[in-house]
Design a protein around this ligand. Structure first.
Ligand code: GDP
Length: 142
């Protein structure tokens, strides 16, 4: 089996920033072999949140999700590494922090389904789309 370097999108949600968790999360990323290629701190508008999470637009929690992600500053990062998409999904842990393994980001820091600290692309195809949503190619190298 061939292991290839990939890029994926990581978002530190408002609860990560309000609790000053960026460094602790960066340590976990580094320990897992994931490199931060680009980083941007920003405040998403509700309309941007609706566009980013469009795939969930028919879900009952869509409004709550968009309200929450646009409620405070977030940090958006491009990660790279061998098998970065699945590696980062594993490191994130289950969507519901109650079900996330200890040692994962959500297992250690997540507070609820909404306040689950991080977002991560769920496939290589979505990673490309999500990176392009936030970054221009000249924002990062490699
Ligand atoms: P993820 O890929 O693990 O982030 O999960 P999904 O793509 O399924 O959902 C996107 C985000 O919506 C999750 O990270 C949660 O914050 C939120 N979410 C998912 N399911 C629920 C739910 O049943 N209730 C609420 N309130 N939020 C949810």
């Amino acid at each position: 089996m061939e292991f290839v370097s990939q890029k994926t999108l990581c978002i530190l949600k408002p609860d990560a920033l309000s609790r000053d968790l960026e460094d602790a999360i960066a340590e976990k990323l580094m320990a897992a072999g994931l490199q931060i290629l680009a980083r941007k701190e920003m405040l998403l508008s509700y309309a941007q949140a609706e566009a980013f999470y469009a795939v969930h637009k028919d879900r009952a929690f869509f409004e709550e999700l968009c309200t929450y992600i646009s409620s405070g500053p977030i940090v958006v990062q491009v990660l790279s590494g061998v098998e970065a998409v699945s590696k980062y999904r594993t490191l994130m842990g289950a969507t519901n922090p109650d079900q996330a393994e200890p040692g994962t980001i959500r297992g250690d820091f997540g507070q609820s389904l909404s306040l689950n600290t991080v977002h991560g692309s769920d496939s290589l195809e979505n990673a490309e789309k999500e990176i392009a949503f936030f970054f221009d190619p000249q924002d990062f190298y490699i």
